[in-house]
Design a protein around this ligand. Structure first.
Ligand SMILES: [Cu+2]
Length: 432
């Protein structure tokens, strides 16, 4: 992660550059910053407009804007991008401003926003602002609300952000292909009063999925359900950054689901309430405690909890196939199969053949088998106690005492107080 100061200086310089250009050429487009990295960028403290507590986009970033005659102007570029899914695997995706997902758009309830969309894709596109209440002609459904944005053209969307809340954007043009290629982004509209719905840390990410054959780089766009990379913001574990939290902070995690199936997202060591959906904020009297929230398809949920228990807490999808990376489903179950002697016979023909799975599949997490180029182990990641045996939609909420208010630096693994870790029984064992 780069420091917040570095980021702020860089983005302030970019804003200044944009402002200078706009002075000279009043009709010019706002600058379209490009992100080349897939690591979590520090929150973008608003340089102008009403103040708010900015969000942190997991393995992503927030799009800087310029202000012009009372409008906040953003510039999105729809384009082919290269995205690192996790170290060791790159994907050829479509996205916005250099990455998939595109940058998070943050603004304030009541803001007048003007969003320029330049299409650098090989086909037409549009953008729909999911959950945002706006005039019909700005809703972005190609053919219904507007002509498609042809390749090479730029369109302008203008509307007032009427309500604060948790939204997302995605194409409504050749939708199956364009979303399977990774085109999507988060929208957060902060309340006018920064004390309303206030939290200390506010994380956002989109839930998405790809089907990329081992050894290839471009997703299969016709896949309906059988995806092999279950992602948060186009990343899989161990490529998903941890959520770093100061003990006793009030934490919000906002998620949007743009896959073809639901995801029960579960946190360890805490309980939470759902406080916001894409339909608006949930009244306190309508909230109840949960440790898992089912993320419906095409929906957003924000959860909130007080991080009162220090430690490294798992945070993951509870569908066990979604905490795996690319895997072969055609493998028969070998548990309990006695194949003594079989391996030796096969080894005469295939010296590298080995028998696996007769005691379960945990050994897959321990061994480093040679893989085809550009794919990821089915389950991987090393923790302080050994292999983590995870992939896909899994990361860790790292809660620590004594962090600075805006410090999101990975603190490393949790150091457990003496005597607080599960331990091996060294006494007599019962007869089996
Ligand atoms: Cu899932």
């Amino acid at each position: 992660m780069i420091t917040r100061r570095q980021f702020f200086n860089a983005s302030a310089a970019a804003m200044l550059g944009a402002a200078l250009v706009s002075k000279g050429q009043a009709a010019s487009l706002p600058e379209a910053p490009i992100q080349s990295k897939s690591v979590t960028q520090p929150p973008l403290v608003p340089p102008n407009g009403r103040p708010y507590q900015p969000v942190v986009t997991l393995n992503g970033w927030t799009l800087p804007w310029r202000t012009k005659n009372g409008w906040k102007e953003f510039h999105l570029i729809a384009e082919p991008v290269k995205r690192e899914i996790a170290p060791g695997m790159m994907a050829n995706l479509w996205g916005y401003n250099g990455q998939s997902p595109g940058p998070t758009i943050e603004c304030v309830e009541g803001d007048k926003v003007r969003i320029f969309v330049t299409n650098k894709l090989p086909e037409h596109t549009t953008i729909h602002w999911h959950g945002v209440l706006l005039p019909n002609g700005m809703d972005g459904v190609g053919g219904l609300n507007q002509p498609h944005i042809a390749a090479g053209k730029t369109y302008v969307y203008e509307f007032v952000m009427k309500n604060s809340g948790t939204f997302m954007y995605h194409p409504h043009a050749d939708e199956m292909v364009q979303m399977a290629m990774g085109m999507m982004g988060f929208i957060v509209v902060h309340p006018k009063n920064p004390n309303q719905y206030q939290v200390d840390r506010d994380f956002v990410f989109l839930i998405n999925a790809f089907d990329i054959d081992p050894g290839s780089y471009t997703p299969r766009v016709n896949t309906m359900l059988d995806f092999n990379l279950w992602c948060w913001n186009s990343r899989v574990f161990p490529g998903i950054d941890p959520l770093v939290v100061r003990k006793d902070d009030r934490v919000r995690i906002r998620m949007g689901n743009l896959t073809m199936t639901n995801h029960p997202i579960h946190i360890h060591g805490h309980n939470f309430s759902v406080t916001c959906t894409d339909g608006g904020w949930v009244q306190k009297s309508a909230q109840w405690p949960e440790t898992t929230v089912d993320m419906p398809i095409g929906a957003l949920r924000a959860i909130e909890f007080v991080a009162d228990a220090p430690g490294d807490w798992a945070f993951h999808c509870h569908k066990s196939h979604h905490v795996m990376n690319a895997m072969g489903h055609g493998v028969p179950t070998m548990i309990g199969v006695d194949h003594r002697g079989v391996a030796e016979k096969i080894n005469k023909l295939l010296p590298e053949y080995m028998v696996m799975g007769e005691r379960g599949m945990a050994e897959m997490g321990e061994m480093e088998m040679p893989l085809p180029d550009n794919t990821l182990p089915m389950m991987s990641g090393q923790g302080p106690f050994g292999p983590l045996e995870m992939g896909g939609m899994f990361t860790v909420v790292k809660i620590r005492e004594g962090l600075a208010r805006d410090d999101y630096t990975d603190p490393g693994w949790y150091k457990h107080p003496k005597g607080s870790v599960a331990y091996e029984w060294k006494g007599d064992l019962p007869a089996s």
